[in-house]
Design a protein around this ligand. Structure first.
Ligand code: GBH
Length: 449
């Protein structure tokens, strides 16, 4: 026996995002988002999949909430589809969209589940992309207005807010690497957008404070960890850049009011600058109440001359991988959390996403996803170690409640603890669901059982 036990007041939860689960893409006046456009552009998403139906959670939310209730979670993290609220991004409010989220949040509350609301999980209204998207500072204002409307509308109902999910993905993955919507490959554009996203976060926090709304607000950067391939300084530096691109780049501005100098110098070497205007850093550098951390994977990394932005390359040294081919590296979870704690102090942290892709299917009504249980056990063990060494963890939310539309991978990659048959939309609880339910109920699990 090896019992890994968590504090009684630890919050347990699960997470999803609007475009990945809702479907109902033209229902009740929803406008289009950049993901509708991207998914319908041939060659962008595997198998030509899109989110038109997804898990159909827009219609089946009561069934989903019943599954959450049985699971015993305290907190459910979902995102709001901005184009359901403002079909054109700004201007006229779509009351039917608001009503949907009222019905949904009311149902959560009636079942004793606390809502954690992400305002931006990647589905920018297409109308705003048509005006230049996140490169255009007007879009930052539009985000602040949308956020404020949500704070006002849901004041007293939603008390945990996440402004932006994974600003690294929204900027660099989507506008430099080009794998996500809108799919550009322009480093300066992506860098500008990373700054604008931090500003958008800061402006939303300002509106939240100014309005005196009840609750807590923060953002949710994605993190990864890099281990140096050798003890050569150039490999160590490459790793610091590779991790710094996720951590310092997106945390220093918020917690210290400046960009990390070692990264800024590196970006300048690649002819890229951050378009900081007067007053920007003060808007970004505001106290937040909570920070969400998403963690999935880590790598061994080494220096490689003239290789992309960072002159760093990942080396495959044979770590076990999930069905997404991401390394399983729970030690990196501990390391990134302790690093954040060392650099930025003991801000209350929610793990807003952690989970694994395994594509096990239904056999005789059962999904034997023991590998997901093992992944969760290993990562929760690392999390517990981080807590024991002083990291201020308030809660753990697994990604994801349901198998869903996995962005560029379409329906090909499954992260849920509940299986979804994308033909019939039938939900089947996986073995990991039952394991998680038991762990939540007990507040502990046995590493060897
Ligand atoms: C999250 O992003 C998203 O918030 C969520 O919507 C999504 O469904 C979920 O994860 C699962 O993908 O190729 O080994 O170099 C995760 C961010 C960025 C993590 C890319 C893994 C690549 C690892 N991801 N990263 S590797």
């Amino acid at each position: 026996m090896a019992i890994i036990e968590f504090p009684k007041d630890m919050k347990w939860g699960a997470a999803t995002a609007a475009y990945q689960i809702e479907g109902a893409s033209t229902k009740d006046g929803r406008g289009l988002s950049i993901w509708d456009t991207f998914a319908k552009t041939p060659g962008k998403v595997l198998n030509g999949d899109n989110g038109d139906v997804a898990c159909d959670s827009y219609h089946r939310y009561k069934e989903d909430i019943a599954l959450m209730k049985e699971l015993g979670i305290d907190t459910y993290r979902f995102s709001v589809s901005w184009p359901r609220i403002f079909p054109a991004g700004t201007g006229e409010v779509n009351q039917k969209g608001l009503q949907y989220y009222h019905d949904f949040v009311d149902e959560l509350l009636a079942n004793g589940i606390e809502p954690m609301c992400t305002l931006y999980h990647w589905d920018l209204p297409q109308a705003l992309q048509d005006k230049g998207g996140w490169e255009n500072r007007e879009v930052i204002e539009a985000f602040a207005d949308y956020s404020e409307l949500m704070f006002k509308e849901f004041n007293g109902k939603i008390k945990k807010w996440i402004t932006i999910n994974e600003p690294w993905c929204v900027s660099f993955l989507s506008n430099f690497i080009g794998l996500h919507a809108p799919g550009f490959q322009n480093l300066q554009l992506a860098t500008t957008i990373s700054h604008h996203l931090l500003l958008a976060h800061g402006k939303a926090v300002s509106r939240f404070r100014d309005g005196g709304y009840e609750g807590e607000i923060g953002y949710a950067p994605n993190t990864e960890w890099n281990e140096p391939f050798s003890s050569k300084q150039e490999d160590i530096d490459a790793c610091n850049r590779a991790t710094g691109w996720f951590v310092e780049w997106f945390f220093d501005p918020v917690f210290k009011g400046s960009y990390p100098q070692f990264m800024v110098e590196w970006f300048e070497k690649k002819d890229v600058t951050v378009p900081i205007q007067d007053g920007d850093m003060a808007i970004i550098n505001q106290e937040i109440d909570i920070v969400g951390i998403n963690y999935y994977t880590g790598s061994v990394t080494r220096y490689k001359e003239n290789d992309g932005l960072l002159d760093a390359e990942k080396v495959d040294i044979g770590y076990e991988k999930t069905d997404f081919d991401w390394n399983i590296y729970p030690e990196g979870f501990y390391k990134v959390l302790t690093k954040i704690n060392d650099l930025y102090g003991s801000v209350p942290i929610y793990i807003t996403e952690n989970g694994a892709c395994y594509n096990d299917g239904v056999e005789n009504g059962r999904v034997k996803d023991q590998r997901r249980i093992d992944y969760l056990k290993q990562h929760l063990t690392s999390l517990k170690r981080a807590m024991d060494s002083g990291v201020n963890i308030k809660g753990y939310l697994t990604w994801s409640l349901l198998d869903n539309f996995e962005w560029a991978e379409g329906y090909d990659k499954r992260f849920g603890i509940i299986h979804v048959d994308f033909n019939t939309l039938e939900r089947t609880k996986k073995d990991s669901y039952y394991w998680y339910k038991q762990t939540i109920k007990n507040g502990w699990f046995d590493m060897f059982y």
